[in-house]
Design a protein. Structure first.
Length: 287
């Protein structure tokens, strides 16, 4: 016979404080943009490693061919050369200080110091990409505007600018805001592999090859606010832009007794700039 008398007892309600809350083993982290520009441009890291605060890059002019006339000397040429200067003045850091109590009490569930060190490294790398994508403002060649979507006609026009400048056909890239990708995928030349060449699966920011240009997507493409706002996508040859990393991204830890915590600092030193402006096109499109 069941006991009809309510006997005092401990239940999940009265003993709630003893029941641990279960948290996911991996903390949710901020979404990442696809960082890729620093991999697509001309790099001068080895030159920067030798020291100094500026890298001077000579730009070699094209020569011409002259008809050889019998009994005359050859035609000598003396082009006046120019150079591009990369100032190694971009020193950025991202730092956090985690107090002992937080570090100790969170350690069993989260490797919190490691997680935030990764975030700090990402912040510095993101600044490098932002620097390079901001170079659109130094370009004179452009197509489209804030009221137009990417079209086959404008893409071919942008490629013509590179052809006119005699930019090599290898290592040509397109970098697009996600808003432009849907329009690119609708272009017949992209969908039809016979016309476009190799079409790659949409993964890790890679869109695929279109008319000899390898295309990528990233939220890092600059959006210029206005009426209307404008996305400044880029179509360019590798030599259009230059970057020199003098100090690669490094992570340092230091215990700060005065704060009873661990300081984590991630930093890097680099320079960047336009190397051949006619080898790139500011591809403007609607947001």
């Amino acid at each position: 016979m069941a006991d009809s008398v309510m006997v005092p007892r401990m239940t999940i309600t009265t003993g709630d404080v003893f029941i641990p809350e279960i948290w996911a083993k991996e903390a949710l982290i901020a979404r990442e943009s696809k960082l890729l520009m620093s991999k697509l441009v001309e790099r001068y890291d080895e030159d920067a490693a030798e020291g100094g605060d500026t890298i001077n890059i000579p730009i070699i002019s094209n020569l011409t061919a002259s008809a050889k006339v019998a009994s005359t000397s050859v035609t000598l040429q003396a082009p006046t050369e120019s150079d591009v200067n990369l100032s190694l003045n971009r020193h950025f850091e991202s730092s956090i200080l985690i107090e002992d109590r937080l570090l100790k009490q969170s350690k069993r569930v989260y490797a919190i110091l490691t997680k935030y060190a990764e975030r700090a490294g990402y912040a510095v790398a993101k600044q490098q990409d932002s620097d390079l994508l901001g170079l659109y403002s130094s370009l004179s060649n452009y197509v489209g505007d804030g009221s137009t979507a990417p079209t086959r006609t404008n893409i071919l026009r942008a490629i013509q600018y590179l052809d006119d400048a005699e930019a090599p056909e290898e290592e040509r890239y397109g970098v697009w805001k996600p808003a432009a990708v849907a329009d690119i995928l609708d272009i017949d030349g992209f969908v039809n592999a016979e016309k476009a060449g190799t079409v790659l699966p949409l993964r890790k920011g890679v869109i695929g090859d279109l008319f000899g240009v390898m295309n990528y997507k990233t939220t890092q493409v600059v959006t210029e606010a206005g009426t209307p706002s404008v996305n400044h996508n880029l179509i360019f040859h590798k030599s259009a832009f230059a970057m020199a990393v003098q100090m690669a991204i490094r992570t340092q830890f230091q215990y700060k007794q005065e704060y009873l915590g661990t300081l984590c600092t991630v930093d890097s030193l680099w320079g960047y700039g336009v190397q051949r402006a006619d080898h790139a096109v500011d591809f403007r499109s609607s947001v």
